[in-house]
Design a protein around this ligand. Structure first.
Ligand code: SAH
Ligand code: MG
Length: 207
């Protein structure tokens, strides 16, 4: 990975640890090689940190990343919850808005040509999606219903030979919430093959 791009990813605001981001980069390059010509898609971009690793890999592989987020934050990002960052609230409307920071992150990384923002609600977009994906990264709402809905709506679009990445998978309940782990188990049950685990990131492929 080019050092300047990696520096931009590390500098970006967000929740992606560096070793896990580096693993996303590797997974994306492998996925793009396995399913040439197909795009990558992430559910949950927030301020664009994971988008730099994935979008950079998309550019290196000659494809693009669709970065899907309504930019209003997940339940766990709202006021009073663990992952709330008060400066991300648009005070005039009293709602979160991570889109301006996301845009700036993508711009600073020089990736505007390779990262396409899909600004909207995941189930709404997913209901109309038809394009096979080389790689799907699930890091959207982490509650039971949002996580399972994202799993159900988006994993059918992973192309044969394509890759599914899931973030915040914690086998031990003491480490974090259950739903990402539950959908990881569903993926194994549905025939996805475990390829790599780095921190809470799981990389699987559809054989
Ligand atoms: N991948 C990011 C972190 C994502 S945080 C990083 O590397 O930093 C989870 C994101 O999911 C939030 O930005 C939130 O707005 C988004 N999200 C939650 N539910 C959503 C939904 N139903 N539709 C679209 N985006 C959603
Ligand atoms: Mg995450």
């Amino acid at each position: 990975m080019p050092a300047s791009l990696r520096a931009a990813a590390i500098a970006a605001r967000g929740f992606m640890p560096t070793d896990e981001g580096d693993a996303l980069w590797d997974a994306a390059l492998e996925a793009a090689a396995a399913v040439p010509g197909s795009p990558l898609l992430e559910v949950g971009s927030y301020c664009g940190k994971s988008s730099v690793w994935l979008g950079g890999a998309a550019r290196a592989a000659g494809t693009i990343l669709f970065a899907l987020d309504h930019h209003r934050g997940s339940e766990e990002n709202q006021a009073g919850w663990d992952h709330h960052e008060p400066d991300l609230v648009d005070d005039e409307i009293g709602r979160m808005d991570t889109l301006p920071i996301f845009r700036r992150t993508v711009y600073d990384a020089g990736l505007e040509g390779s990262v396409v923002a899909l600004v909207g609600d995941s189930p709404t977009v997913g209901a109309h999606w038809t394009t096979p994906l080389a790689l799907l990264f699930i890091d959207g709402g982490h509650g039971h219903d949002p996580a399972h809905r994202d799993y159900e709506l988006w994993t059918p679009h992973v192309a044969p030979g394509g890759t599914l990445c899931i973030h915040d998978v914690f086998p031990d309940p003491a480490d974090g919430g259950r739903p990402p782990y539950e959908i990881y188990l569903r993926a194994l049950d549905d025939g996805f093959v475990d390829r790599r685990a780095v921190g809470s990131l799981r990389v699987l492929t559809r054989t």
